[in-house]
Write a protein that binds this ligand. Structure first.
Ligand code: 13P
Length: 339
């Protein structure tokens, strides 16, 4: 393993003022997003949509890397058929790839899940590296309810995340380790704090046990929020304080950066929460705190695009606006009035 190289890529991915565009929706998820704008989810439409995002002029000022789905990694630009990994590198954006095969029911449970994709992963990683990917992503999904998460769900997902991360590093790819605790549910922010702490401890224990080098990885966690159906919505300051506290307890400072998922928050909440955290940590933060948003970077652009090539300019304006505001939030310089 060339740790120096992995560390360099990880540092670039989380450099101040930049974040990661998660555009790695699987085809079923992409269909859901396209259904909301009445666009058919065909291979060509998915290509057109990703092309619209990736060819946004100036995106590299705010976007350090883009996570692609397997199909997109093999697709090419509409203009001149340049493979996306090559195109992204040419504009200064690091290409990455989602390598998990989705969340499936955990045997013995009817609500909890385990992420699939370890079988054959080593050879897939070798191919992705050859195709130009420099980092990878694996998402574990944990939900909070009266009877979950179980310790089995937490430990099996932590184990898989570490197996994946170790294989990535062996193959020269920086692993994004994503243990996502879903924000859906009636749970309080205190519940979210407690479960996040347990999941992160378990994940870092497994990463250590399986020899993953913290300098060559990125953590992609949820923020600590009250559940969307909770009667009391925590304030942005509470979210920032509790998220930062749990990260300080669990994440070694050797990890270069933490890039949050947005998890279905509104665009503005996702920006505001990131901003509050960076305000709180200031310059003495042990890690760079940034965004690796899917919905919170894309929702307004998707809505503006509507599948019509005439709307590409408007959609790109929406995308760059969100990217810029999130970039400001990495410095703690965002103000809601900028919306
Ligand atoms: P959201 O920001 O929409 O949660 O997506 C991020 C992601 O990559 C989920 O795996």
């Amino acid at each position: 393993m060339n740790l120096k190289n992995l560390n360099n890529i990880a540092i670039q991915m989380v450099q101040k003022g930049k974040g990661i565009l998660a555009a790695d929706e699987s085809n079923p998820t992409c269909k859901k997003r396209f259904d909301s704008i009445n666009v058919e989810s065909t291979e060509q439409n998915r290509n057109k949509y990703r092309d619209m995002l990736f060819t946004t002029t100036g995106m590299e000022e705010f976007i350090s890397g883009a996570i692609l789905f397997d199909e997109t990694l093999r697709q090419t630009t509409m203009k001149d058929n340049t493979p996306y990994p090559e195109f992204l590198k040419s504009v200064g954006v690091i290409p990455g790839i989602k390598v998990d095969k989705g969340a499936h029911l955990l045997p013995g449970s009817d609500i909890e899940s385990i992420t699939a994709g370890l079988d054959g992963l080593d050879s897939r990683l070798k191919e992705y590296y050859e195709l130009g990917a420099q980092f990878a992503k694996w998402r574990a999904v944990i939900n909070i309810s009266e009877s979950s998460p179980s310790s089995l769900c937490i430990s099996t997902n932590a184990h898989s995340l570490a197996r994946y991360a170790a294989l990535c590093q062996e193959n020269g790819l920086v692993p994004i380790v994503e243990p996502e605790i879903l924000m859906d549910g009636q749970h309080t922010i205190e519940d979210s704090f407690m479960i996040t702490e347990e999941v992160l401890h378990s994940t870092f224990y497994e990463l250590y046990a399986q020899g993953v080098q913290f300098e060559g990885m990125i953590l992609k966690p949820n923020m600590v929020l009250s559940g969307y159906e909770c009667s009391e919505k925590a304030s942005a300051v509470e979210v920032a304080e509790m998220t930062v506290t749990v990260l300080k307890r669990c994440v070694p400072s050797a990890v270069p950066g933490i890039a949050f998922l947005s998890g279905g928050q509104s665009d503005t909440d996702a920006t505001l929460h990131l901003n509050e955290m960076n305000k709180l940590l200031g310059e003495n933060s042990p890690w760079n705190l940034t965004y690796s948003y899917g919905r919170a970077l894309q929702a307004s652009a998707l809505e503006a695009w509507k599948g019509d090539s005439e709307n590409i300019g408007l959609a790109q304006d929406s995308f760059i606006k969100r990217a810029k505001l999130n970039s400001m939030a990495t410095y703690g310089d965002y103000e809601p009035s900028m919306e």
